[in-house]
Write a protein that binds this ligand. Structure first.
Ligand code: NAP
Length: 248
């Protein structure tokens, strides 16, 4: 299988940790980001330091045209694509549904759901044997919120991640006989900047007592599950969602 991997939202957090872990396992990595160009370049440099090729690609996954252009840029430079990690995702500040604006809910689904579906569509068009591809693997980032619902916090986010679980199952079965595996990882509370972006920078530490393991997870602990799903060791695994939640 081709060893080129696109990771969306790889300038920091779980995406950046996945870029490093994948490079260590022999993947060339395309690092997508929206705003943090310098951080994305740093991740690319870390990939190159591990002896693999790296490419930085700016694109807002919520914008279908930008997603299509990003895949076309990869076609021109690297040819075939072997893997996609649909990692880009956002939360918003804690709120009840009756306090949420339509714009907030639309953005939540545009980035977390539509972005994932557009990237997966472009990947299938390149990986599937139905389209002359050589196969490939897709990993989507869900969240434990899909199981818990996140009432009073961000049920828009939880609902979007619930959509990712359904999408993962459906796409996996749709392309299973075309050489493409599709799985998801469902992280629990992980120490990244996503909590600060939702107005709760201390959330990972505060939530630790609610986790059976009594601690938040690290981005690398999630990355390890992702790179296993990307690997040939997971060759008979598709349509699966792996919880990385410390037991929560
Ligand atoms: P993070 O630290 O906030 O990083 C998010 C990344 O996504 C950044 O690289 C950001 O790049 C990028 N991004 C945001 N909007 C984007 C867009 N429209 N297009 C392309 N890239 C975009 O997040 P994280 O904690 O690593 O989370 C990664 C994934 O895991 C997300 O899907 C999240 O929902 C999921 N997850 C996280 C946790 C957790 O506790 N951390 C738990 C469950 C699930 P720029 O800075 O350049 O915009």
């Amino acid at each position: 299988m081709n060893r080129t991997l696109l990771i969306t939202g790889a300038s920091r957090g779980i995406g950046a940790a996945t870029a490093r872990a994948a490079a260590a396992r022999g993947w060339d990595v395309a690092v997508n980001y929206t705003h943090a160009a310098e951080a994305a370049e740093t991740v690319a440099a870390e990939v190159r330091a591990l002896g693999r090729r790296a490419r930085v690609l700016q694109a807002d996954v919520a914008d279908e045209a930008q997603v299509v252009a990003m895949f076309q840029a990869l076609d021109r430079e690297w040819g075939a694509l072997g893997g996609l990690v649909n990692n880009a995702g956002v939360v918003d500040v804690a709120a009840r549904l009756d306090e949420m604006s339509g714009a907030r809910i639309q953005r939540m689904f545009a980035i977390n759901v539509f972005g994932t579906m557009w990237c997966a569509r472009e990947a299938v068009r390149r990986m599937s044997t139905r389209h002359g591809g050589q196969g490939g693997v897709i990993v989507n980032l869900s969240s434990v919120a899909a199981r818990l619902g996140a009432p009073g916090q961000y049920l828009d986010y939880a609902a979007a991640k619930g959509a990712i679980d359904s999408f993962t199952l459906g796409l996996a079965r749709e392309v299973a006989h075309e050489g493409v595996r599709v799985n998801a990882v469902r992280p629990g509370i992980i120490e990244t900047d996503i909590h600060a972006s939702g107005g709760q920078p201390e959330r990972a530490r505060q939530m630790a007592p609610a986790v059976p393991m009594q601690r938040a997870g690290t981005a690398d602990e999630v990355a390890q599950a992702i790179v296993w799903l990307l690997s040939d060791a997971a060759s008979y695994t598709t349509g699966t969602v792996i919880d990385v939640t410390g037991g929560r």
